[in-house]
Write a protein that binds this ligand. Structure first.
Ligand code: ATP
Ligand code: MG
Length: 418
């Protein structure tokens, strides 16, 4: 579980602000959800035989004896909320997004943490490939805006219908049984409980076997095939490149038909930055009317690691000005001036010198603050009702302006500032 320190937050805010803007551009609405849910909810939705439910959840008993769990992902809670508030099953499409921390007791390693952050997007009530395409096009646009278009590639697969998965399951079990001696312990267990999960194994020793396994894509039902072709046709028309990865099954049980992952080769082993797919059965499984749904989540730690720090507009997160005050009575005058500036210029980011100090010490702090301007009040300035204005970055001359003019000058200058 990481602390995100002040020098790291600008890249987080840049990412979050860009995401917020792109999602708004597609008409998605924000929903805010609790961090704990009943344990049962995750067991019923994610699946009992998944890494998450088997060994990664932070589960505890509350004072009433209810079993609660820190959310390991957002979809289950989002579906729970949509059901609880009667937002699904009434034919009206819903497009929502949320963000926040998720918790999984994984083995800590680069790119894999026990508290991590996701932005999740879910759409309810739309079954066609058009909305699957919308989600993918939206993420492709986000990568372009973040300068990540060259860093990520799209992998696509279809898991077909429940019936075609059941038929494929038998074919897969037969194959796995003939290679029983190669299976690791987890896979042997899953062979009986949830054989498709074997394809999601991260064990390097299993990869050759998985690679050679029969492919679900070749056993798709006709409707899922048409759905998948429909998605590919839109992506082709708009010019989004993708690779079909028939081994992509995702780590959660509720997916069917479209699944996708955006992956990068720049982060070592943990290369998936965004993943999701269609989960048409989940709403009904959790007690609602049958409602098609599709969604994805992106991992913010991995995305912040990919973003080029030079692309982050750091100026937006720095103060515009640092107010220096030296001499008898100048601190109070500085408070009055600062208050006046803040009142007139709500967008001004003004850092006040607090704690005194001589001129040199205060100017040093001004410099360290990153502000492009120092505003200076000495006894003489206060007496004359003026202020010194010193550019700190590009070496301009210090000017003296009346405090009345300062408001207008700063307002003008702020228009040119990020
Ligand atoms: P994996 O197969 O890598 O374990 P998953 O199937 O468990 O992934 P999802 O639950 O779909 O992953 O999560 C979506 C995204 O959230 C991932 O692609 C990743 O970017 C991020 N993510 C998942 N788990 C972690 C973690 N422990 N630490 C950091 N980011 C994570
Ligand atoms: Mg996982």
């Amino acid at each position: 579980m990481n602390d995100i320190l002040p020098e790291e937050t600008p890249v987080w805010r840049y990412l979050e602000e860009t995401v917020t803007r792109v999602l708004a551009g597609y008409g998605y609405e924000e929903i805010r959800l609790p961090i704990v849910e009943k344990t049962e909810l995750f067991k019923r939705s994610i699946g009992e035989v998944t890494d998450i439910v088997e060994k990664e959840m932070y589960t505890f008993e509350d004072r009433n004896g209810d079993s609660l769990t820190l959310r390991p992902e957002g979809t289950a809670g989002c579906v729970r909320a949509m059901l609880e508030h009667g937002r699904v099953g009434n034919r009206q499409a819903q497009r929502v997004w949320y963000r926040g921390p998720m918790f999984r007791h994984e083995r800590p390693q680069k790119g894999r943490y026990r508290q991590f952050h996701q932005v999740g997007i879910e759409v309810f009530g739309l079954e066609g490939p058009d909305v699957d395409a919308e989600l993918i096009l939206m993420t492709a646009r986000l990568w372009r805006q973040l300068g990540l278009a060259d860093a990520v590639t799209l992998q696509l697969n279809s898991l077909g219908s429940v019936a075609s998965r059941a038929a494929y399951r038998e074919i897969l079990v037969e194959y796995l049984q003939t290679h029983y001696e190669t299976l690791d312990e987890d896979s042997r267990r899953r062979l009986l409980t949830n054989p498709l999960r074997v394809l999601d194994s991260k064990n390097p020793a299993m990869q050759a076997l998985i690679e050679a396994a029969p492919r679900l894509m070749e056993h798709l039902d006709a409707e899922s095939r048409a759905h998948f072709d429909g998605l590919c046709a839109i992506l082709d028309a708009v010019g989004v490149r993708y690779e079909i990865n028939t081994r992509l099954v995702r780590g959660l049980d509720y997916y069917g038909r479209t699944v996708f992952e955006w992956v990068t080769d720049r982060l070592g082993a943990q290369g998936t930055v965004c993943a999701g797919g269609r989960y048409d059965g989940l709403v009904e499984q959790l007690g609602g009317k049958p409602t098609p749904a599709v969604g994805f989540a992106m991992g913010l730690e991995r995305l912040t690691a990919l973003i080029d720090p030079a692309a982050v507009p750091m100026e937006r997160f720095r103060p515009h000005a640092y107010l220096v005050s030296v001499g008898e009575g100048t601190e109070i005058a500085a408070q009055v001036l600062a208050d006046r500036l803040r009142e007139a210029l709500p967008e001004l980011r003004l850092l006040m010198n607090c704690g005194g100090g001589n001129f040199k010490a205060q100017m040093k702090r001004a410099d360290r603050s990153g502000a492009p301007l120092a505003l200076i009040l000495g006894e003489d300035e206060v007496a004359r009702g003026v202020a010194g204005v010193k550019p700190l970055r590009d070496g301009g001359e210090q000017a003296t302006v009346s405090q009345d003019a300062l408001v207008a000058d700063l307002a003008e200058w702020l228009r040119s500032q990020p």
